[in-house]
Ligand binder design. Structure first.
Ligand code: I6G
Length: 690
């Protein structure tokens, strides 16, 4: 049956469904302003699919149903770009940027201020989308700039890319229009994809860019459809002559003379434009934009590696032209690299508070992510095995944001013959005691407990830390010196220190010694929860310590509780219960606890039944970075008010608290229509009850 034989009403219905679904897609994926509930969208889509299944003649090329992927291809065909796809030159400093502007002004023979169109530089892949008479007919990768790969089927699955432009060809835009932009994978989708890959035992992707590239190079577009790729337009390629019935004289009427305005035009046709694009009037604003985007980098939902700055005036762009394969009027002003190569000079072993022996790589110092890095943790033996790392190897080191530097991989091609295996110690590298490895744990531990100098130091540092007793002025170096000099060996010894003792330490005068004694005195007044947390029992964080205090009310009840009784407390499973029992069983620990009990005081806990608490029966999930208090502190505070704090989202969750860099949990909460609180909302809620 041809479409001509079908009832006109059915045809109209299909067109109406296209219009509505396209509009909702645009509102959801491009404008970020969903206008109907998901259920309504699903209903329309199901209706369309069912008509298309019954009448395949009504399954048009631009149907929104075509975003799920089609037949797998055998190979990608080649596409010759009508106008070459260029790349960008880079600068890395304000001086290089200033030199670039000077070159442009010299070439233009003018020292007039240049208006700059600025945007973040996405870490994605450049593609060219060709629309003919408003329909997406072809999409290609950049390739070598002249010839790319035809990835039309894959691009058609990207929800934010319209299959049909808004408006009418020949009236609102020219017949042929090529939109260029960057395909990328949002960070949250990347994390989800890798989590799934790891669960299935498959290889994970190194970064969102590789994941986007891997997804676009799928011969089976159904796979691409599941990858949640996104797109921002950055410019135009070929824009064709108008032919029939046009009210525009030629493409120049359509094309604005400002790069920024062209982007807005592209946006009005239904394509996504990065919301961070700005017009900047002078060089000071450029530096400000660069710093602003750099500071926002971690909060953005997509990965970026710098900014792209373009002379906004198209006539000036045309006068400037191109050099080799890059425009003279555009520049990528890049952030300091987050990945660099360096050499593992040695691997040493550090002993932590709980005796865990951690291999630490000593690196040839390297400038990465804006700082010089000379150490990186290697976590444990399994990590070294996973990396296949030897001393002397060249490695890729990554430092993103404030995250501790990580070794990403070993560059095997650079391994030399004298590379040495990493040998794990047979005894504790600090106190020479026996080491043990618990079945199922990757970590090697020193068995000497607080007899080990390293563990003593760490226990005292933990006791004095901000979340425990917050002893102002007692830094790590001072603790180490006090222990090395034999002045203290347990947290209880802190309270017998004198001003004279302290003032004999490096860089400590009488005044700072006095201040420290005042802070130590202040620390005597605490809460039972902080006291328990400050003991540094393995796996007893702030939230568990608060739960123990609220359940048992007294120190005596906690330290004498049985393995079974402990497990009745929220968050305390067999492993944590065993850690607690073992901690208090150790004579040395018990002696320290009793000594501290005689020195420190805390208020009695007022007994309230669980259902009297203000947040009783409310389930919270915390996600992302909470900058004002930290996740464990927030968890403890919520639990004190009777709330349940769960690790995963379900229909039973009442509130999601979403901090910075919230990922898949936020998406899931939004899908389920749950209440989402910001960190400020949480702070206000806690303040209300405290
Ligand atoms: O590869 C690119 C990424 C982003 C670009 C680009 C861009 O602007 C935001 N702009 C041009 C002009 C070119 N490549 C050639």
């Amino acid at each position: 049956m041809s479409t001509a034989d079908l009832p006109q009403a059915l045809f109209e219905k299909v067109k109406q469904l296209h219009k509505e679904i396209n509009q909702y897609n645009h509102q959801y994926y491009v404008l970020d302003q969903p206008s109907v509930p998901d259920a309504e969208y699903d209903r329309l889509m199901r209706e369309l699919l069912s008509i298309e299944q019954e009448y395949p003649e009504l399954k048009f090329l631009d149907s929104p149903s075509q975003k799920v992927g089609g037949q797998a291809l055998k190979a990608f065909s080649q596409v010759t770009h009508q106008i070459p796809m260029l790349s960008l030159d880079n600068v890395f400093s304000s001086e290089e940027w200033a030199a670039f502007i000077k070159r442009i002004q010299d070439r233009l023979n003018s020292d007039k201020k240049l208006v700059i169109c600025a945007e973040p530089k996405l870490d994605g892949l450049a593609v060219s989308l060709r629309y003919e008479k408003g329909f997406l007919v072809q999409a290609a990768t950049r390739g070598d700039g002249s010839i790319g790969e035809n990835i039309t089927e894959n691009i058609r699955t990207i929800k934010s890319i319209p299959l049909k432009l808004i408006g009418e060809s020949g009236i609102d835009y020219p017949d042929v229009i090529e939109v260029r932009g960057e395909v990328f994978m949002p960070k949250a989708s990347f994390e989800r994809l890798n989590e799934m890959a790891i669960k299935k035992g498959e290889k994970s992707f190194a970064n969102p860019r590789n994941a986007a590239a891997g997804s676009l190079r799928q011969l089976d577009s159904k796979v691409t459809a599941k990858r949640n790729l996104d797109f921002y337009a950055y410019g135009l390629g070929f824009v064709g002559e108008l032919t029939v019935n046009n009210t525009l004289a030629n493409e120049q009427v359509f094309l604005k003379n400002s790069h920024y305005q062209r982007l807005c035009q592209i946006k009005s046709l239904g394509l996504p434009m990065c919301p961070e694009v700005r017009l900047l009037d002078d060089q000071q604003q450029v530096q400000h934009f660069y710093q602003d985007i750099l500071s926002k980098r971690d909060q953005l939902s997509y990965e970026i590696d710098g900014t792209v700055l373009k002379v906004d005036n198209i006539l000036l762009q045309e006068r400037l032209g191109f050099v080799a394969r890059a425009p003279r009027w555009a520049m990528a002003y890049k952030f300091p690299a987050q990945e660099e190569l360096t050499v593992i000079e040695d691997v040493e072993f550090q002993v932590g508070r709980t005796g865990a022996i951690t291999p630490v790589a000593r690196l040839k110092p390297v400038f990465v992510g804006g700082v010089t890095v000379s150490n990186a943790t290697l976590h444990n033996q399994s990590e070294i095995e996973r990396l296949g790392l030897k001393i002397g190897d060249t490695v890729i080191i990554r430092r993103a944001g404030d995250v501790i530097p990580q070794i990403v991989s070993v560059v095997l091609e650079k391994r030399t013959e004298d590379a040495k295996d990493v040998i794990f110690p047979q005894t504790c590298p600090v106190c020479d005691s026996k080491v043990s490895k618990v079945e199922g744990e990757a970590v090697l531990r020193c068995t000497a407990g607080l007899f080990c100098q390293a563990q003593r130091k760490e226990a005292i540092k933990h006791f004095a830390s901000r979340k425990a007793h917050d002893v102002d002025g007692l830094g790590d170096k001072l603790v180490e010196q006090l222990v090395d000099e034999g002045l203290i060996s347990t947290p209880a010894d802190l309270f017998s220190l004198t001003e004279i003792d302290i003032s004999t330490m490096d860089r400590m005068g009488l005044k700072s010694a006095k201040n420290l004694i005042t802070s130590i005195d202040k620390a005597k007044h605490t809460t039972l929860a902080k006291f328990i947390y400050g003991l540094g029992i393995r796996e007893v964080g702030e939230a568990t310590a608060a739960n123990l205090a609220n359940y048992f009310y007294t120190l005596t009840a906690i330290r004498t509780a049985s393995f079974e009784a402990l497990q009745a407390v929220d968050d305390v499973g067999a492993i944590v219960a065993k850690n607690i029992v073992n901690f208090f069983k150790e004579e040395h620990n018990l002696a320290v606890v009793l000594a501290l009990d005689a020195i420190m005081t805390w208020p009695d806990i007022v007994v309230k039944s669980a259902d009297e608490l203000p947040l009783a029966d409310q389930t919270f999930v915390l996600t992302g970075t909470l900058s004002q208090m930290g996740r464990s502190e927030a968890k403890a505070a919520l639990q004190l008010l009777g709330a349940k704090v769960s690790g995963s989202i379900s229909a039973k969750t009442h509130f999601l608290v979403a901090g910075e860099k919230s990922g898949s949990k936020l998406i899931k909460a939004q899908d389920l229509g749950l209440a989402v609180l910001t960190e400020d909302d949480l702070v206000a809620l806690l303040a209300k009850y405290n």
